[in-house]
Design a protein. Structure first.
Length: 161
């Protein structure tokens, strides 16, 4: 190639490199925000009112997610019966009983808790929980990192536990 053509190609690639180099950091920041998920916003929650408005349910309990961030989340749960033996491989759970009385197991250890008490459940620990008494159990579950329902590992037959 002639020297003039090579010089023009070099100048064009140099300018293109500067433009791309300038744009990439902004795209990486946007990509990092998308990967992290939504950021936490400041908010005050009326827990008794919100417990009366649980908008999701599965075969064992009704629930609502209050707040979530990459590092953790909070959910409200109303338990009418029991949750069979299961584990969450990645999440630590802190279960605060707002109302009611429960018994269950955490890693084979029998646990019992009443209103105002907290149960700590480490990531990967097999656990179950069952309502005792006549009234439903209302609880707040704090998860670190944020709870992912699809990661729940059920142990044995859910009906038998």
């Amino acid at each position: 190639m002639k020297r003039k053509v090579m010089r023009n190609w070099f100048i064009a690639l140099f300018i293109l490199g500067i433009v791309i180099g300038f744009l990439i950091p902004f795209h990486l920041k946007d990509l990092a925000k998308k990967v992290q998920g939504p950021s936490l916003t400041a908010e005050v929650f009326d827990i008794p009112k919100r417990l009366g408005q649980l908008d999701q349910e599965n075969e064992f309990f009704k629930y609502a997610f209050l707040a979530a961030a990459e590092t953790g989340g909070v959910a409200l749960i109303r338990l009418d019966d029991k949750i069979p033996l299961h584990a969450h491989p990645k999440e630590n759970h802190f279960v605060y009983l707002v109302k009611g009385h429960v018994k269950g197991t955490v890693n084979g250890q029998q646990v019992e808790a009443w209103q105002g008490q907290l149960i700590a459940i480490p990531a990967g620990a097999q656990h179950s929980i069952e309502r005792t008494g006549d009234s439903p159990v209302e609880m707040m579950v704090f998860s670190t990192p944020n709870y992912m329902p699809n990661d729940t590992q059920w142990i044995g037959n859910k009906e038998v536990q």
